[in-house]
Design a binder for this molecule. Structure first.
Ligand code: NDP
Length: 256
């Protein structure tokens, strides 16, 4: 990104800046990422939908329908379903609160210590195993950094209880595709919903397309409504003009 000698700041239209940070020519000016109510709300809607889809066994009822089976089962209480959110940032925290509002037993994993009365937060490497050990549904909402690339691998899957379900709405680079396929095929993980992929779209011969226990969506979990998102960009631009500190500046060393 050269040829902009008067550049004062960069405003990313995405919440994740992993792609931008790979650009070695990125000028040394503040890089602000997208934090926006419409992005947050649509993500929480998607995560709630995905969790309820699994929890209320929508896929099983679809199979029953096609087999001509009428098989009623009383739904369980959401309080008996432990859902773990990896990443408790702008998006993860709102999704966690949304799931709590439906009564789910929500746990979260982050880098720094956090305390909430109704969400158990586990921290860093030592907190990962206890975080994973009782989850029925794991939701990845981490930024993609050198520390989190490939984090959804066989070591994580082995620590999840048998039958656990994975939802990845963060980045395809978090997931080791072959480890997911191996765990599903071995009958350990129960299924996965993937919204993001290392290559988008994945090659047509990728096994994800046809795997019976993988659902795919084309990176649609969350989106900005331009008329709402633009207000945030303009407000930050006005701060820049007034010489005030900018909001949502990325810590480049940390990677998010
Ligand atoms: P934030 O930067 O606000 O939050 C990041 C969270 O991840 C923080 O809680 C942070 O911990 C935690 N974290 C970061 N690194 C680690 C680590 N090594 N170990 C444990 N926890 C870690 O990000 P957002 O919530 O705004 O966005 C998250 C991601 O969602 C984006 O980076 C992007 O990849 C993805 N996304 C996907 C979209 C889609 O449509 N599928 C759309 C928008 C975003 P701490 O609080 O301690 O700093």
């Amino acid at each position: 990104m050269t040829g902009f000698p008067n550049l004062k700041a960069i405003f990313s239209l995405g919440a994740g800046v992993d792609g931008l940070l790979q650009d070695r020519t990125l000028p040394d000016v503040p890089l602000c990422r997208m934090v926006d109510p419409s992005l947050t709300k649509t993500m929480s809607d998607f995560v709630l939908m995905a969790v309820l889809h699994r929890f209320r066994e929508v896929d099983r009822y679809a199979r029953d329908q096609h087999a001509g089976r009428w098989q009623f089962a009383i739904p369980r209480d959401t309080a008996d379903c432990a859902v773990g959110i990896m990443g408790l940032g702008e998006l993860g925290l709102d999704a966690a609160r949304t799931l709590r509002s439906r009564g789910f037993d929500v746990r979260a994993w982050a880098r720094s210590p956090r305390a909430f009365s109704d969400i158990r937060v586990f921290q860093d490497a030592e907190g990962l195993e206890p975080f994973l050990s009782e989850l029925e549904i794991l939701v990845c909402m981490l930024p993609l950094t050198s520390a989190t690339r490939g984090i959804l691998d066989k070591r994580v899957f082995e620590k999840l209880p048998k039958g656990a379900y994975l939802i990845n709405v963060a980045r395809g680079g978090h997931l080791v595709d072959d480890d997911l396929l191996a765990s599903l095929d071995a009958g350990h993980l129960g299924g996965a919903l993937l919204d993001v992929f290392e290559t988008e779209p994945p090659d047509l011969d990728h096994r994800f397309w046809r795997h019976p226990r993988i659902s795919m969506t084309p990176h649609v979990a969350s989106y900005c409504l331009p008329e709402i998102a633009a207000r945030g960009v303009v407000a930050n631009y006005e701060r820049l003009i007034r010489g005030e500190p900018l909001e949502h500046v990325v810590d480049r060393a940390r990677g998010y």
